[in-house]
Design a protein around this ligand. Sequence first.
Ligand code: PEP
Length: 234
Amino acid sequence: MDKKYIIANWKMNGDRHLIQQYHDFFSQHTLNHHVVICPPFSFLEQIKHQNYHVGAQDCHFEKSGAYTGSISPTILKGLGTKYVILGHCERRSQYSETNELVYKKAAAALDADIIPIFCIGETLQAKENGQTAAFIEKQLQESIPKTQKKMIIAYEPVWAIGTGKVPTPEYIQNVHALIYKLYPKHPILYGGSVNKQNCQAILNIENVNGVLVGGASLDISFFETLMHMPKNNE
Ligand code: PEP
């Protein structure tokens, strides 16, 4: 298996105990993957470790200003943050984030030399209406700035997030092929109910360059499973 991206999205979870578990595990093991941990903002400094990178779960599009409760890419950069998740479906549904807003945030993140991790994915309704491809293409075109800079795309079907429902390998492969056709230079990750049991099979699907893991990343044993997967080529 090639070197993959393993991105942990803690969402609004985690505490000192979990941070300690991550530090203990990663002090003893080096995974031959690109590991990125995205905790809540308040843990961004504490979670740091030499064996993985750190990412935020969102950012504002301005550098500074009167934006209570927000954080700018400039501040994130100052904290040593290398990545930022943008357009997560929970941000889109709970905070009404649009493709246009995601685009502005991405441009600001890129300007601050932070690598955006774009979350895109169809709703259940779009899937049931046979509109998955059109839905995804629109999200990609409207939210991703045209640039040669590094960016990551995470395909996260909304109906698979936190539900325990995972698309079939063929379904994932088809959507990844579609994204790859439009964005051949960017790593394309799958996210949505990835766990210890299904992770390896998902990572083996063509054009799946990694996984974005929510709930399962709150249990350090998820990473132990990765230790036992077949060795990487690079
Ligand atoms: C996510 O929040 O990006 C995610 C994929 O969540 P879960 O793994 O819990 O479905």
